[in-house]
Design a protein around this ligand. Sequence first.
Ligand code: 5GP
Length: 202
Amino acid sequence: MKKGKVFVISGPSGVGKGTLCHELMRKYPSLAQTTVSVTTRAPRPGETEGKHYYFRSEAEFDKMLKEGLFLETVDKFTHRYGTLFSEVEQVLDGGKNVILEIEMIGGANVKKHIPEAVLIFILPPTLEALTARITGRGSETESEIRLRQAQVEKEFDQAAPYEYFVVNDVLDDAVENVKAIIVAEGLKDALSDVKQNYFGRD
Ligand code: 5GP
């Protein structure tokens, strides 16, 4: 059985990557599987344990970190997030692709551990469209908007290891483009493995 691959999906906040992943999974459930991360933040209304996150205390998170259970972790705002090795391995062992919807520092760390991981960066159609979306249309001052744009620019500076860039303007187009990346990556193979399959030798 061919092993699945790890796909990281990241992008600036407000770009709609959560919706994109959700739609991708809804349309193409056999293409890949998302994982559940651990977080120290409190559940939001409607979020459930084991579905949206594993919600853990700081002490529990520390203990899991010491036990080496995380592929990567990140401190964002006042909270911590982490991807469990077990979650990723479970999907890969089943021959499926994994989608990690995580922020950019996490993506770079995944690439260090798993060099063959494929990193996809989701872009807004324009910087203005993104800022308008996160600032809630006209309620922010000019200087607040500039501050937001500077934050987004900083995020772009961390995107060096990302190799695919998908613009999320029309959701359905973005979903099809991410699907195309996953399908194409699945067709990559080593000639020696192909020959092994056909002729029993490399
Ligand atoms: P939220 O608190 O809104 O659910 O997520 C905040 C940010 O943390 C999002 O950008 C999300 O992609 C990211 N995130 C969620 N889980 C993980 C994780 O396990 N690792 C990393 N690095 N980022 C995560």
